[in-house]
Design a binder for this molecule. Sequence first.
Ligand code: G6P
Ligand code: MG
Length: 218
Amino acid sequence: MSHPQYRAAIFDLDGVIADTARFHFVAWQRLAKEEGFAIPHVVDDRVKGVDRMASLNIVLEYTDRGYSQAEKDALAARKNGYYVELIKALTPADLLPGAGEVLHTLRAAKVPVGLASASKNAVPVLQALGVLDDFDYIVDAATVTNGKPDPEIFLKAAHALGVDPSLCVGFEDAPAGVTSILSAGMFAVGIGEKDLLADAHEVFPSLADVSLARYFQL
Ligand code: G6P
Ligand code: MG
């Protein structure tokens, strides 16, 4: 099926544009280790698309110790410090396959491009990857009240781009993100494994496998 009628593209960041999931996981692992427990590898998938505090709550499922909200705030800040340290090493080589090409093609075709990421580190990450200027609008994660799977973040991006959600294509690597796109009434493209992202309209292993001409007039 071909859908060349779409007018805007809205991307998730971690796992779609940037190879940063491993850094989030390493930072959580370090935090857990310092707190005296270990986290299994499934946490890597479980925290995808999940905001910082909700991710911390997932991590803390693996310890019996209880933490007050103030302690949790401190833990989340500590993890973020480790993450910020790790992303200093990011370069354009950490763009996921096809991401740079897709962004440049959309830019050349004058298709509005938005970012709908739960990450409060989105701007420095895009900067380090050298693609900050390829985005017309970046949702400020700090202003989002309801995280994915709620549609709020994708709707905010569509609104700012001035494009009706039904004319937007959303790209996501996390099931919660796909649900967010679908609830926003957009066309959902999953990036990753078909089994995990079965709800998406279409799924491709990476952005390098996506043919933009199916959705946009190039
Ligand atoms: C993305 C990642 C999550 C991360 C969240 C918040 O959605 O997939 O793993 O927890 O962003 O990131 P932040 O940089 O704000 O801690
Ligand atoms: Mg993601």
